[in-house]
Design a protein around this ligand. Structure first.
Ligand SMILES: Cc1cc2nc3c(=O)[nH]c(=O)nc-3n(C[C@H](O)[C@H](O)[C@H](O)COP(=O)(O)O)c2cc1C
Length: 198
């Protein structure tokens, strides 16, 4: 029986019509075609306070961070589609990662959802540079969290004109780069799921 890897997909923006959300839609389809079981979530459903160690000390990890941590732990890989703010990671996404990185226990059991987990990165922007600076920063942060970030990326420039009416990329080269990313990530997720199952 072929292994069906589980991959979690989300965008780093909750803006209506976000280019990163539309990029995540394209990724979701490409991962499904690779044979992955895809879960799509929106960070709008996991609102979090700004990371503050006093808050953490007083109240522990917020429920929504724990829910996200459990979601990540329940999947074999994660794909994140990020926008770029001022050449870097948007605060919504960085804050989410920071909180989840603090989730180390769940009901007395060790929970390290990010360590060793394969991750794939997409970026997008309104301009020519396709959010590649944000992708570079995001890669560094996720590696710091011990995630196994795969090498291929898919970076989408000119978000306002990048998608057709059906939500697909207009540029065939972009579609190809998404397919390479999703193929590589699905393979990594398959290997991870076999390690977990072993
Ligand atoms: C605070 C802020 C900073 C931004 N900085 C950049 C930037 O550094 N590079 C860039 O290409 N676009 C930048 N933009 C424009 C975004 O690419 C654009 O708003 C995009 O639509 C945001 O991503 P989303 O569509 O996924 O929400 C910035 C937008 C905001 C709101």
């Amino acid at each position: 029986m072929p292994v069906i890897p589980k991959i979690l997909v989300f965008a780093g923006s909750i803006r209506t019509g976000a280019f990163s959300g539309r990029t995540a839609d394209v990724a979701q389809k490409a991962l499904a075609l690779e044979g992955a079981e895809v879960t799509r979530l929106s960070l709008a459903d996991y609102p979090l306070p700004i990371m503050d160690e006093d808050l953490e000390k007083e109240n522990g990890i917020p429920d929504n961070a724990m829910k996200l941590a459990r979601q990540i732990a329940a999947h074999d890989a994660v794909l994140i589609a990020s926008p770029e703010y001022n050449g870097s990671i948007p605060p919504l996404l960085k804050n989410t990662i920071d909180w989840v990185s603090r989730a180390r226990h769940d009901n007395g059991r060790v929970l390290r959802p990010l360590a060793g987990k394969p991750a794939g990165l997409c970026s997008s922007s309104a301009g020519h540079f396709a959010g590649i600076r944000a992708a570079n920063h995001l890669r560094a942060v996720l590696v710091r969290c011990q995630m196994e970030v795969v090498s291929p990326e898919c970076s989408v420039p000119e978000g306002a004109s990048a998608f057709d009416e059906a939500g697909n990329f207009r540029d065939g080269r972009l579609q190809k780069s998404m397919e390479v990313l999703c193929h590589t990530l699905t393979q990594a997720a398959r290997q991870a799921s076999m390690r977990i199952g072993a």
